[in-house]
Design a protein around this ligand. Structure first.
Ligand SMILES: NC(=O)c1ccc[n+]([C@@H]2O[C@H](COP(=O)([O-])OP(=O)(O)OC[C@H]3O[C@@H](n4cnc5c(N)ncnc54)[C@H](OP(=O)(O)O)[C@@H]3O)[C@@H](O)[C@H]2O)c1
Length: 243
């Protein structure tokens, strides 16, 4: 049976690859992001089963906009993939504070607010919440430590969420990607030496792809993953082992 899937950050990178994977299996997929023209052209390319909703998910208003766009429909899968960090090492204290607020807003609130907005609509039983953390939460990252710190906050959140939703038969898990360059995430940071250094940290000797992360997300959304909840799943080519 076809499912309803909501992807925060579904207009590019990992979120887009997930949207493509679910649309290809016949699901209805809502993709949320801030860039209207971009989202509309992505949805136009993917076909009528993919519906754009323009929203800044770091705000209560943005998350509520997504819930309103869905009308009364039940949501089978929420993928909270929106996230970003900025390049450049902040020097002034005010800039450090700004960096931490940016990363908290765009990596934590984007997930928490989307899930809270859709929580009453989640399929009971069988709903799935899948958030995207990062290898940066395990290794430490961001130019002021803020990106890894923000992503690590998602870990405690998903443990709590899994406990909250478990009695309704809903699972909540996080995927932790390693280095995935076929995204908009790195921007101009991704030069040759940056790439080589990150590939060199893997055991497989290559970068990952957003399609590989999307397939992991698809697995967590599948009936076969129904007994997996409160887990952190690394997709990192062996850069971090066993946690
Ligand atoms: N690429 C990697 O190597 C890597 C590694 C580990 C973890 N991750 C995580 O993977 C997730 C997906 O990132 P990606 O790598 O696929 O990068 P990406 O291509 O930059 O995708 C991130 C998406 O999030 C959306 N977004 C960001 N802030 C938002 C906000 N406030 N409200 C709504 N949408 C927002 C962006 O769209 P708009 O700009 O249009 O809003 C964009 O489409 C992120 O959580 C990222 O932290 C990535």
């Amino acid at each position: 049976m076809s499912a309803t899937v909501v992807v925060g950050g579904g207009g590019s990178g990992i979120g887009l690859a997930a949207a493509e994977a679910f649309a290809a299996q016949g699901d209805t997929v809502w993709i949320a992001g801030r860039r209207e023209g971009h989202l509309r052209s992505v949805a136009g390319r993917l076909g009528p089963a993919v519906r754009p909703v323009v929203a800044d998910l770091s705000t209560p208003k943005g998350a509520a906009t997504v819930a309103a766009a869905l009308g009364g429909c039940t949501v089978d899968v929420v993928i909270a993939a929106a996230g970003s960090t900025r390049a450049g090492r902040p020097r002034e204290l005010a800039d450090v504070a700004d960096e931490w607020r940016h990363d908290f807003d765009n990596n934590v609130l984007t997930a928490v607010l989307l899930v809270e907005a859709l929580r009453p609509r989640l399929a009971r039983p069988g709903g799935r919440v899948i958030g995207i953390s990062s290898i940066g939460a395990q290794l430490g990252s961001g130019y002021s430590g803020s990106y890894g710190g923000a992503k690590a906050a998602l870990h405690a959140w998903v443990y709590w969420l899994a406990a909250e939703l478990g009695s309704d038969g809903i699972t909540a898990n996080l995927v932790l990607p390693g280095y995935i360059p076929d995204t908009e995430f790195f921007g101009e940071r991704a030069n040759e030496s940056f790439h080589a250094e990150r590939v060199g940290r893997t055991l497989l000797g290559r970068a990952g792809t957003s399609a590989e992360v999307a397939q992991t997300i698809r697995f967590l959304a599948s009936p076969g993953a129904g007994f997996i909840t409160g887990q952190l799943l690394g997709v990192n080519g062996g850069t971090v082992l066993g946690r």
